[in-house]
Design a protein around this ligand. Structure first.
Ligand code: PGA
Length: 250
């Protein structure tokens, strides 16, 4: 009942031209694929082109971040109404690179999450612990507090479209994936905290994706875990054949 979701986070890669070349190769490889929801998250300068090129296909496109207000004197920001105006209905929020390098906080993620919900944008909220937190046995505490802060004052009906991505920071771009069991354990913690925040039914219906060095070689084993409802893929989503192989996991 939780439809698997395979998402590609393109980070700060690909010009519009490169993004369209990706789609030329990728769309035929996943044509007719309905088992999983598929989305890519290009950088802002490519997003409009990718949205246009994916109209009528089974691939969605979303933004990597957004502001929570509709407009204002906020240089460098893009608002939810601006995203909706170009047909964008998905957004990544709280990615660890935003938190580590651009001082993103879960208080702001909460504001953005509310704004996304109010504008009918599907939010993918990223959470995940540092290596030091895992080594200090603080994974559970970290994940719970991240989920709690992001979902502050969000009701069960508002959380209906929510997607969470569990992305342990030590696994992002490092080549060392969390084992399927370690990832599933973290997903359980997140789902448990979700049920505290928004009720059991919402927790049961919320898709929790795993992210961090997902590749064609490890996606199958990850997806075998009942707790894992999809993947947020960085590096391996940049190459059409590789990302298509991930989408077609067995
Ligand atoms: P990675 O990135 O797959 O390159 O580890 C994942 C992410 O940052 O979303």
């Amino acid at each position: 009942m939780r439809k698997p979701f395979i998402a590609g986070n393109w980070k700060m890669y690909k010009t519009p031209k490169e993004s369209l070349a990706f789609l030329d190769a990728f769309l035929p490889l996943v044509e007719g694929h309905t088992r999983d929801e598929i989305a890519v998250f290009p950088t802002m300068s490519s997003l409009g082109y990718v949205l246009e090129a994916t109209v009528g296909t089974n691939v969605r496109a979303g933004a990597q971040n957004m502001h929570w207000l509709n407009e204002g004197p906020y240089t460098g920001q893009t608002s939810p109404t601006m995203l909706v105006s170009i047909g964008c209905r998905h957004v990544l929020l709280g990615h660890s690179e935003q938190r580590l390098y651009f001082n993103e906080t879960y208080e702001r993620v909460n504001l953005k999450l509310k704004a996304a919900i109010n504008h009918g944008i599907t939010p993918i909220v990223c959470v995940g612990e540092l290596l030091a937190e895992r080594e200090d046995l603080k994974t559970e505490e970290t994940l719970r507090s991240q989920v709690r802060a992001a979902l502050r004052n969000i009701s069960a009906s508002e959380a209906r479209r929510l997607v969470i991505a569990y992305e342990p920071i030590w696994a992002i771009g490092t080549g060392s994936t969390a084992s399927p069991e370690v990832a599933a354990e973290a997903h359980k913690i997140i789902r448990h905290e979700l049920s505290h925040c928004c009720g059991e039914q919402t927790a049961d219906n919320t898709r929790i994706l795993y992210g961090g060095s997902v590749k064609p070689e490890n996606i199958g084993a990850l997806m075998q875990q009942e707790e894992i409802d999809g993947a947020l893929v960085g590096g391996a989503s940049l190459v059409p054949t590789t990302f298509a192989n991930i989408v077609h996991y067995a």
